[in-house]
Design a protein around this ligand. Structure first.
Ligand code: IPM
Ligand code: MG
Length: 407
């Protein structure tokens, strides 16, 4: 009998969204087969493609399916094709609408430098001994959802976007962040601009007031300009970083840069309705359809989904172990290699089998069925990377040591 039976709505969206979403689905399907789960995938239009097909970035049918599902996997939205539309009719408006309509007020962005990708970080190794923290971004308020206006007065135009936060909005996201910190190493840093903005002054005061409810958590505050600098100077000081919608958007791209590529970071949006998982990279129109996308952000969305939405940490760890093994063997999508973009070969590159790759000679630029080895790494496309991962996932689970340690 299936151990877990769930419905996952897929919103692949635009650009590289469909490629990376199918990578996550492939891995989740392998996981279901291995562990005896039954997951039904329901794919629906969302974003630019939904504007073209249904006239709206979030069609009613898509929203209804999302409301009934157990989890949502989203690819990416937007592209030049829709850039000239008014702000409230663009693909991005669909993203804000789904967040608001599902009551997704918390956004979690884990920033983890995986051991095999240490050399991909732009930081010197002595500056990045350990990068493993979470950004908690408020997602349903602030300037994104304040009043937006454009007026024409005395011959010129004035545009206005209102940043506003209420104490209940701040309290719910702050409690979420305190809880995350309490389950980790207990260090919470709240980021604001309380020396200038009234909304930030209320933010700081409210977060401080809640601190006494969480005696195991130590709370510190940083102004956002200082936080941006500290992220580069000493990312290891962070454990959980709590911030507003706008500051969270900006700081999470900066945090992704610490890892070496925005293609590596997943996110979870949650609150009242169905949780939604989405890599933080955009739709990358210039990479779309060329098999150049990095599927790791989407694959880590799958593992975040397993841990946070389905409470299946063992399954998530199984996938992440295979992912690290593939990275350890040297497989890299072009965004992770300095020279990869130049040496990348066939669009549908599928590399040698996992074990063959790990025994072939290093550093000679060997070409094997569409995969090119450059110094210590193979540059592969999205599909080639996923093929390697699936080969690894199909290897038998390590057997228990039959005679005990050391015999
Ligand atoms: C993100 C994105 C979105 C945001 C855009 C596409 C609306 O940048 O999720 O980080 O700003 O929230
Ligand atoms: Mg962003």
């Amino acid at each position: 009998m299936a151990r877990s039976s769930k419905t996952i709505v897929l919103l692949p969206g635009d650009g590289i969204g469909p490629e990376v979403t199918s990578a996550a689905v492939a891995v989740l399907s392998d996981c279901a087969a291995e562990f005896g789960h039954r997951w039904e995938f329901v794919e629906l239009p969302f974003g630019g493609i939904a504007i073209d097909r249904c006239g709206s970035p979030l069609p009613a049918e898509t929203l209804a399916a999302c409301q009934c599902a157990d989890a949502i996997l989203l690819g990416a939205v937007g592209g030049p094709r829709w850039d000239s539309l008014p702000l409230d009719r663009r693909p991005e408006a669909g993203l804000l609408a789904i967040r608001r309509k599902l009551g997704l007020w918390a956004n979690l962005r884990p920033v983890v430098l995986r051991e095999p990708l240490r050399d991909v970080s732009p930081l010197r190794p002595d500056r990045a001994p350990r990068i493993n923290f979470e950004i908690v971004r408020e997602l349903a308020g602030g300037i994104y959802f304040g009043e937006h206006s454009l007026e024409r007065t005395s011959g010129f135009e004035v545009a206005r976007d209102v940043e506003s936060y209420s104490t209940p909005e701040i309290e719910r996201i702050a409690r979420f962040a305190f809880d995350r910190a309490a389950r980790r190493s207990g260090r919470l840093v709240s980021v604001d601009k309380a020396n200038i903005l009234a909304s930030s002054a209320l933010w700081r005061q409210t977060v401080s007031r809640l601190a006494s409810d969480y005696p195991s958590v130590s709370l510190a505050h940083l102004y956002v300009d200082n936080a941006a600098m500290q992220l580069i100077l000493d990312p290891a000081q962070f454990d959980v970083l709590l911030t507003t919608n706008m500051f969270g958007d900006i700081l999470s791209d900066e945090a992704a840069a610490l890892l070496g590529s925005i293609g590596l970071m997943p996110s979870m949006s949650c609150g009242e309705g169905t949780p939604l998982f989405e890599p933080i990279h955009g739709s990358a129109p210039s990479l779309a359809g060329r098999d150049l996308a990095n599927p790791i952000g989407a694959i880590l969305c799958a593992t975040l989904l397993l841990r946070e939405a389905f409470a299946l940490p063992e399954e998530a760890a199984w996938i992440e172990a295979a992912l690290d093994a593939v990275l350890d063997a040297g497989y890299r999508t072009p965004d992770l290699t300095a020279s990869g973009a130049l040496t990348f070969g066939a669009a549908s590159a599928v590399g040698p089998s996992f074990s063959a790759a790990s025994t072939s000679s290093r550093g000679r630029g060997v070409s094997c069925s569409g995969t090119f080895r450059v110094s210590d790494s193979f540059t592969v496309g999205c599909s080639g990377f996923v093929a390697q991962l699936r080969t690894r996932l199909r290897e038998p689970l390590p057997q228990l040591e039959r005679y005990g340690w050391g015999v």
